[in-house]
Design a protein. Structure first.
Ligand code: NAD
Ligand code: DAU
Length: 382
């Protein structure tokens, strides 16, 4: 399928984090993007500019790193003007549920206020480049009511969101784009708020927006607080493998490159004002996933499976722990022709290998303060 939109200067927020850095890598490789990428990132504990050191070296004129905060309105406006930004892909966020339970404040300021700051800067910078003031002509999705679904726009704000905004599922069913929002952690509530702001800017001002809600990502460069990298590293170091609650919560897993391919598909071909769910159609109970991971680490390191299994430690459950997530991504598949390309075995194997091969990266991203809190709340894990 051909691309309907092309961009010259893409602002990627949070491009030094896990998914954002993989997205920038994707733009310069598989996507064949020929323009300039501006990466605006505050470098919180989760951001590491070294993730893109090779890209910075190979593309000194087409890759720009701006160290700054999305909550800084003057800086964000300056970035729009200085680099003539015509597309935003907004990854920057506080992303870890456990941290949001410990201290929600930065989740509200970054995820809600930061998104507002970006939307407002886009609205001001792009005046005259879209049907602004078109509130009376737009439907709930922010597109023209009489011309039907629109794909034409010279500017675009793509917002990265999560399946967690939909709440928690029972044993059956999957989240659809029409599922009512029911966020249940400070993290998911802050992401839901940001989604509503993006929808509001589309509806009220006609700002060309698209939104994607994705399930759990895994792959290289993921901060080792999230389940998969945490478990791999603890296995390598012979530390306990902390399983929350009964270990039977279910997540849907997607390889990060497949997520990014979906984002690029939506940015270039998606309908303005629309939301698209992205998922792996790959549900795993946490404990079952952990056993699969143990087999892979055992294969790669020669450690006996039995020895790794003995590290499994059931700990206190996460407060408000959502039971099950599952994604219906048929809209994205049927309308835009995207599909997952990396099998779970292939993606997990590659991820295990990457963590084995990158001890320097691991050492550089670890944070002492957070580990203390985790130990206090979930028992000894080190
Ligand atoms: P991450 O925590 O690895 O990276 C977040 C990045 O944002 C970091 O580089 C950090 O420095 C930056 N950042 C944080 N606050 C900032 C601020 N105020 N100003 C500028 N930069 C700031 O996160 P991730 O896992 O890569 O997630 C990226 C996005 O994808 C988030 O919006 C998250 O909600 C969403 N998402 C994540 C997953 C997942 O499984 N990780 C799944 C679905 C959606
Ligand atoms: O669903 C998308 C979301 O996936 C994203 O929006 C979030 O940014 C991302 O962090 C992720 O949230 P989860 O809470 O699902 O991911 P996490 O890796 O923290 O946990 C995955 C599951 O594993 C969850 O059921 C909690 C459990 N868990 C997690 C950790 C860190 C454990 O049992 N032990 C652990 O030590």
């Amino acid at each position: 399928m051909s691309e309907l939109r092309s961009f010259s200067n893409i602002l990627v927020t949070g491009g030094a984090g896990f998914i954002g850095s993989n997205f920038i890598r994707y733009l310069f490789s598989d996507a064949g993007f020929g323009g300039r990428v501006v990466n605006l990132d505050a470098l919180t504990y989760a951001g590491n500019p070294q993730n893109l050191a090779d890209i910075a070296a190979v593309y000194p004129d087409r890759y720009v790193f701006v160290h700054g905060d999305i909550r800084d309105a003057a800086l964000v406006q300056k970035v729009f003007a200085e680099y003539d930004i015509d597309a935003v892909v907004h990854f920057a966020a506080e992303s870890h549920v456990d941290r949001s339970i410990l201290d929600p404040q930065s989740f509200i300021t970054t995820n809600v206020m930061g998104t507002y700051t970006l939307l407002e800067a886009a609205r001001q910078a792009w005046k005259g480049r879209y049907g602004d003031g078109a509130a009376q002509e737009t439907g709930a999705t922010g597109r023209s009511a009489d011309t039907g679904p629109s794909t034409a726009s010279s500017v675009l704000f793509h917002h990265i969101s999560t399946d967690e905004v939909y709440g928690s599922l029972g044993e059956e069913g999957a989240f659809k784009e029409t599922t009512p929002y029911d966020p249940r952690s400070p993290y998911s509530a802050s992401k839901a708020s940001s989604d509503f702001l993006v929808k509001a800017y589309g509806h009220t001002y006609g700002l060309p927006v698209t939104i994607s809600n994705c399930s759990n990502n895994y792959g290289p460069y993921q901060f080792p607080e999230k389940l998969i990298p945490l478990m791999i590293l603890n296995m390598l170091e012979g530390k306990p493998l902390p399983v929350y609650g009964d270990g039977r919560n279910i997540r849907d897993w997607l390889y990060v490159v497949d997520h990014n391919a979906a984002v690029w598909t939506i940015m270039t071909r998606g309908r303005i004002g629309e939301t698209y769910n992205i998922g792996g159609e790959n549900e795993w109970e946490n404990i079952r996933l952990l056993h699969r991971l143990i087999e892979m680490v055992a294969e790669s390191t020669g450690k006996p499976v039995r020895q790794l299994e003995e590290l499994i430690t059931y700990v206190k459950d996460r407060p408000g722990h959502d039971r099950r997530y599952a994604i219906d991504c048929s809209k994205l598949k049927n309308e835009l022709g995207w599909k997952q390309s990396v099998s779970f075995d292939e993606g997990l194997r590659h991820t295990v290998r990457w963590y084995l091969d990158n001890p320097g990266w691991i050492a550089s991203v670890r944070s002492g303060a957070y580990r203390e809190w985790i130990e206090k709340n979930y028992g000894d894990r080190s």
